[in-house]
Design a protein around this ligand. Structure first.
Ligand code: C2E
Ligand code: MG
Ligand code: MG
Ligand code: MG
Length: 292
């Protein structure tokens, strides 16, 4: 019996591998179709300025809600896209769409809004990335300083000429750079000195326990102090409770993001929130007040 089950194990594994390959191929085909037919969306999650209580920036997060038979979340389908050239198409679309959306808020009277976009490390390796970003800014009319690029520590640790020169060019254009999931990657912090990073996004895994674990609190406190010395802004990710928010305010953390304020929203829903949250701003009134 044991011999037999050994055989079965082998065929079980090869079948599983085969099924995995089929599944991935099928997902990729559906994703390709979704990209071609414009079935992806950006969800928008606000970042709150903890000193003023206003929302003047937001993160764009890709969603595949329409015609997604697998109900895959970005954490699942982004890595699949990264294993093919398709990440470049999606990445380009995300940046163009984010610039267009943010310019829309500016036209609506919210001229201090900025938007951040997540960019995969492979996107930086293609030398046309900088042109694609410059082009998206020009086409949309969004000022460069209103666009922020969220990258991971991994990108800054890469010893790659194309990556390094493009990071420099992004800064030269006036675009802001933000380190996502800070604290979960490398412990070599020399990149904070070698690259002109603007923002650190402290990972949710630290923030979530800041009110229950003195060790997590100590790390968060130390990172905020370091950031103040280096003149970097800190965004706390994944703030879900009033408790955690108050601790961050006390620690003089600059910005926060999380379900306490809002989940990522569709663009129309976010724009509604923006009007209410930032003091019942009425674009009609605003325009009427302008000289003809
Ligand atoms: P991320 O950039 O670190 O984004 C934060 C994730 O945490 C988002 O998940 C967001 O919905 C979620 N989140 C925000 N606030 C809270 C909270 O208070 N509690 C909890 N539990 N979660 C919160 P999402 O949208 O599923 O995205 C997951 C990851 O997928 C992102 O992590 C990012 O790495 C990647 N991603 C998303 N959109 C894009 C994109 O357009 N391009 C690339 N390259 N990656 C993307
Ligand atoms: Mg992010
Ligand atoms: Mg993050
Ligand atoms: Mg994350």
């Amino acid at each position: 019996k044991s011999k037999q089950s050994g055989k079965n194990t082998f065929s079980y594994y090869s079948e599983t591998l085969h099924e995995e390959t089929l599944r991935k191929t099928s997902i990729l085909n559906d994703l390709k179709d979704a990209i071609e037919h414009n079935l992806l969306d950006l969800s928008i999650q606000p970042k709150i300025d903890l000193t003023t209580g206003k929302m003047n920036s937001a993160e764009a997060l890709v969603r595949w809600n329409r015609n997604n038979p697998y109900n895959l979340q970005p954490d699942e389908f982004i890595p699949i896209l990264e294993s093919t050239l398709m990440i470049h198409d999606i990445g380009k679309w995300c940046i163009e769409e984010a610039c267009r959306i943010c310019k829309g808020w500016h036209d609506d009277g919210f001229t201090d809004m900025s938007i951040s976009v997540n960019v995969s490390s492979v996107q930086f390796m293609r030398s046309n990335f900088i042109y694609l970003v410059a082009n998206a800014l020009e086409t949309s009319g969004l000022p460069a300083q209103c666009l922020e690029i969220e990258l991971t520590e991994h990108v800054l640790m890469q010893d790659n000429k194309t990556v390094k020169s493009q990071l420099k060019s992004l800064k030269n254009l006036g675009i802001k750079l933000s380190i996502d999931d800070f604290g979960t990657g490398y412990s070599n912090l020399s990149y904070l000195i070698n690259f002109k990073v603007d923002t650190i996004k402290l990972d949710r895994s630290f923030i979530a326990q800041v009110n229950t674990s003195s060790d997590h609190l100590a790390v968060v406190k130390a990172v905020i102090q370091m950031a103040q010395i280096l003149n970097l802004r800190v965004v706390a990710e994944g703030v879900e409770s009033e408790d955690v928010k108050q601790i961050l305010v006390d620690l003089q953390c600059d910005y926060a993001q999380g379900y306490l304020w809002s989940k990522p929203l569709s663009v129309p829903d976010f724009t509604k929130e923006l009007r209410q949250f930032n003091g019942n701003h009425d674009p009609q009134l605003h325009q009427a007040a302008l000289p003809a």
